[in-house]
Design a protein around this ligand. Structure first.
Ligand code: AMP
Length: 148
């Protein structure tokens, strides 16, 4: 049977992400694998669809988002006993950054939620879908129920 050695948990910190975290914890324990986490602060500009105007990210807001994300990531890492150098806080496109971190760190299993903030519009959310298509390794999409 396949034995995973390095599992990467991609966490978006939306309300429903607990089952994804628990599954990653459970599988890391079962395979005695290293567990890393990644969160990506999306760098896409906010678009006001109603008026068709792009509101660019201002630098202060970006710094604040990164600072908040860093705190949340550190809290989760502590809870999961993940070392500092196995926590990844990135900025950019979530799927691109998740794949990059997986390749650079020889991850052999990526764990994502079936959908997050993009909701159930897609059976697999856009990040989950992108990761599944481009991952160099196995991907587990933990099925999340819609709460809306
Ligand atoms: P989505 O495709 O946005 O519906 O999200 C599906 C899953 O992709 C989430 O449950 C997370 O596991 C992962 N994901 C989405 N956005 C991010 C992000 N910004 N950083 C890390 N993981 C993410």
């Amino acid at each position: 049977m396949n034995s995973y050695k390095h599992i990467l948990l991609a966490v978006d910190f939306f309300e429903q992400c607990d089952p994804v975290i628990h599954r990653a914890q459970e599988l890391a324990a079962r395979y005695q694998a290293k567990l890393s986490i990644v969160h990506v602060v999306d760098s896409l500009p906010i678009t006001d669809a109603g008026y068709g105007a792009d509101i660019p990210f201002n630098l202060d807001l970006t710094a604040e988002l990164m600072a908040n994300a860093k705190t949340r990531l550190a809290t989760l890492a502590k809870q999961l006993a993940i070392a500092d150098n196995d926590q990844w806080l990135e900025m950019g496109s979530p799927k691109t950054e998740i794949i990059r971190i997986a390749i650079e760190n020889k991850v052999d299993l990526i764990i994502v939620g079936s959908h997050g903030r993009h909701g159930l519009a897609l059976l697999l959310g856009s990040t989950a879908n992108g990761v599944l298509h481009y991952a160099p390794c196995d991907v587990l999409a933990v099925r999340l129920q819609d709460t809306q």
